[in-house]
Each structure stands twice: as C-alpha cells, then as structure tokens.
Design a protein around this ligand. Structure first.
Ligand code: GLN
Length: 190
C-alpha cells in the first residue's frame, strides 16, 4: 500500500525530500497546517534553519500536534536542522524544539557554510558506505540511554535512532542514495 508521508514544509529543503520519497513510491503531503498531519504514516523534517523552522512551527500551532505524533511512535526522519528541531536541547541556543529526541546537539559544529564537506560514512544496517553531505550541520554532544548511534564521523555521532525516530547531521535528501529514506519507510508505526 502507498504510504502517505508528511514533509514539514515551513522552510528549508523540503522539495528535495519530496522528490526522494516520491521516487520511492510514497505519497507526499507538504505540512504547513495542523490538518496536513491527518492520516500520515511517517514524517520528515528537512534541513534548513532550525531557528526559523521552530519559530514558524510555534506560530502555526504545529509544535504540540507534531510533538504528540512523534512521541506517540510516528516514524520520523530529521535531517540537519531537522535533527536540531527534534532534540531536547541545543547548546547555547534557546529555540523552539520538539524535545522528543533525547539528545543535546550543538549547532554549526562542523564549521561554516564554506567549510561544507562530503564524507563517505558507514551506517549500521546499510552495506558499504553512504555519501554524507555536511552543510553547517550539528553534532550530538549528549546521548540519552535509548538513543542508538547508527553512524559516526570523526568520533561524533552523525546518525542516530531512538525507536522510530532517525536523525542525521548530514543531508540524505541531497544525494541519489535513497537508503536513509527507505529505512524510514520500512518502519512500522504504532
Ligand atoms: N545550521 C543550521 C541550523 O542550525 C542547520 C543547517 C542545515 O540544515 N543544513 O539550523
């Protein structure tokens, strides 16, 4: 059966996620209002600016409805700013976050925009390497007990999983390798 997947479309590179998910055969709904969340089987939170995503989500009354769905077991993928938005806290920055992912993150930890880089990372459960695109991404500085590290780069977790939530410091939506999106679609919701 075709899965209906919500992509939070307030800011950031939601179009790229849409393309990746549609390539995998999912039906995509761009989420801008609470009603857009109805009937989705998974959710993606894109890369972009987590401050802006948080502010707009607050403004549009989306924080609590999304928080409840994700905490209730909705399979969710957050990439880069999406990882920050999912996290419980960000070092040195007070911003609207969902707080459903038991990690502390540090924003822009890999350097500035012109220090963006690509690195082939090893991801637990995937064969070979995965092309990691890092653009002012966060790293995870504290991990809760239920968080599993799926990938590390230079000693820092860059892909993590907590139940049916996956978060990456890098941008799987900016590569042709759809295995991270596929992982999300393989999760069964509660
Ligand atoms: N630096 C951005 C933030 O703090 C994240 C960058 C990205 O998503 N590429 O939200």
């Amino acid at each position: 059966m075709t899965k209906r997947v919500g992509v939070l479309a307030l800011q950031g590179d939601f179009r790229e996620h849409r393309i990746a998910l549609e390539t995998l055969g999912a039906e995509v709904v761009e989420v801008r209002k609470v009603v857009d969340l109805e009937g989705i089987a998974a959710l993606v939170i894109p890369g972009g600016e987590s401050l802006v995503i948080g502010k707009l989500a607050h403004l549009f009354g989306l924080l609590n409805p999304i928080r409840e769905l994700v905490a209730g077991g909705l399979p969710t993928l957050g990439t880069c700013a999406g990882m920050i938005f999912l996290a419980k806290r960000t070092t040195g920055s007070d911003q609207h976050q969902l707080g459903v992912l038991d990690v502390v993150v540090e924003r822009n930890a890999w350097g500035r925009q012109n220090e963006s880089f690509e690195a082939d990372v090893v991801v637990k459960g995937l064969e070979g390497e995965y092309p990691g695109v890092f653009i002012r991404g966060p790293w995870v500085s504290e991990l809760g007990p239920d968080v599993e590290v799926l990938s590390e780069w230079q000693g820092h977790p860059v892909m993590i999983r907590q139940g049916s939530i996956i978060a990456t410091s890098f941008h799987p939506e900016l590569t042709d390798d759809l295995r991270v999106h596929n992982m999300l679609l393989s999760f069964e919701g509660k």
